[in-house]
Write a protein that binds this ligand. Structure first.
Ligand SMILES: NC(=O)c1ccc[n+]([C@@H]2O[C@H](COP(=O)([O-])OP(=O)(O)OC[C@H]3O[C@@H](n4cnc5c(N)ncnc54)[C@H](O)[C@@H]3O)[C@@H](O)[C@H]2O)c1
Length: 367
């Protein structure tokens, strides 16, 4: 499978290298790499052992043999590059956030649909086998009706006053940083696993150093379409936390917890006791088994998620319908949540995620 599918990685930083490995793992041909300058592109091509045939992005667009481009560039480049690639007839795997505005995300999604091309967005935490296991148990009704949804995504890379990157600059990163960068992952994962849709939210955002133009922390109170409350704490200044995406889903008949930093186990709670579930391809749901790449007890993790995600994206390009592949529609959904957070942080009121700003402060409390 995918033996003749030729892929190019655009943006060769941290995640570009992860994509390059995933392309090869998925059986695709890593046809080239485009970095920020022709010189750097040539250097990376050497490091990645690919021919140095693409000095820039235009050269990729002009090459009809390229099937799919993987956009791993800073956020503000996603829309122009994805649009150009789709118009050139390429399938696109575009890093999150798909766009820095919901309007742009919608336009891209429609463009891909009209062109009949795949637009996939790497919300890869969906690819942890135990995430699939919790989702399958939810689909079987094991947890009952949700009572409460809560969690956090915490990092610490911006703790020092002089810490910075392109992500901090709204011109390159977009108007939201911490929420769009990592809160977006949490929302995508929890909505998908729990089978809920957050329809309204109220958010507060904060910045630890005055000269930082985008938020370091966000506290979000959410409400699903069924009126279930959720809370999400997002931070890039929590000392000792690296990629601590954690959620708890509390249902009438049971609870489930997943911690991205310990993805080989999940916690299942019942009133008369709790147990730890261990990833095991010999047990559990079909999707847990499908995405288990190693035997139980031999740890797999983030890179395996990427490998599985790219494998599924290529299956979709070849006409298949793999379960749970995050696409442009999910990138658009995420962009709407980001805008709702920013609107609410300004209005200090409840905000409708899919529509105009709602201000509940003049109304009765919603719960
Ligand atoms: N899905 C995930 O789990 C995940 C994880 C990390 C990053 N990301 C996303 O991936 C993207 C890149 O993040 P990163 O951590 O790799 O950042 P990075 O800074 O490590 O890499 C970005 C690279 O893009 C290059 N670049 C800049 N302008 C370019 C241009 N015009 N053409 C080609 N290359 C250009 C930069 O030189 C840099 O090497 C971001 O959008 C980020 O949100 C997603």
């Amino acid at each position: 499978m995918s033996g003749s599918l030729r892929a190019v990685v655009v943006g060769t930083g941290m995640i570009g290298a992860v994509h390059a490995a995933a392309i090869r793992s998925a059986g695709g041909i890593l046809a080239g790499a485009v970095a920020s300058t022709p010189e750097r592109s040539a250097q990376v091509a050497k490091e990645w052992d690919v021919p140095a045939r693409y000095p820039d992005f235009d050269a990729v667009l002009a090459d009809e043999s390229v099937t799919v481009v993987h956009l791993c560039t800073p956020n503000a480049l996603h829309v122009p590059q994805a649009e150009a690639a789709l118009r050139a007839g390429k399938h696109v795997i575009c890093e999150k956030p798909l766009a820095t505005s919901a309007a742009d995300a919608e336009r891209l999604t429609q463009l891909a649909e009209r062109a009949g091309l795949l637009l996939a967005v790497p919300f890869v935490y969906r690819y942890h086998p135990l995430v699939r296991e919790i989702r399958e148990r939810r689909l079987r009704g094991e947890f009952g009706a949700w009572q409460l949804i809560h969690g956090s995504y915490l990092q610490d890379w911006l703790l020092a006053e002089d810490a910075t990157s392109w992500r901090v600059d709204p011109a390159e990163g977009g108007p939201s940083r911490a929420f769009a960068d990592i809160g977006s992952h949490w929302c995508d994962l929890v909505e998908w696993v729990a089978g809920v849709r957050f329809t309204e939210l109220t958010a507060r955002i904060g910045t630890t150093f005055a000269d930082r133009p985008t938020e370091d922390v966000a506290a979000v109170l959410l409400r699903t379409e069924d009126g279930v409350l959720g809370t999400l704490t997002v931070s890039q200044v929590s000392a000792g936390r690296k990629n601590r995406l954690w959620f708890e889903l509390d249902g009438a008949d049971g609870s489930a917890v997943f911690d991205q930093e310990n993805p080989e186990t999940a916690w299942l709670g019942a009133q008369d006791g709790a147990r730890i579930l261990v990833r095991d391809p010999q047990h559990g749901s079909a999707e847990q088994r499908r995405l288990s790449r190693l035997p139980a007890g031999h740890a797999q993790g983030y890179a395996d998620c990427f490998n599985s995600f790219v494998t599924d994206a290529y299956t979709a390009i070849e006409g298949g319908s793999p379960e749970g592949l995050p696409t442009g529609a999910d990138g658009l959904r995420s962009a709407r949540l980001v805008e709702a957070v920013l609107r609410s942080a300004c209005s200090l009121g409840w905000t409708d995620v899919d529509g105009p700003v709602l201000n509940h402060e003049s109304q009765e409390a919603p719960v």
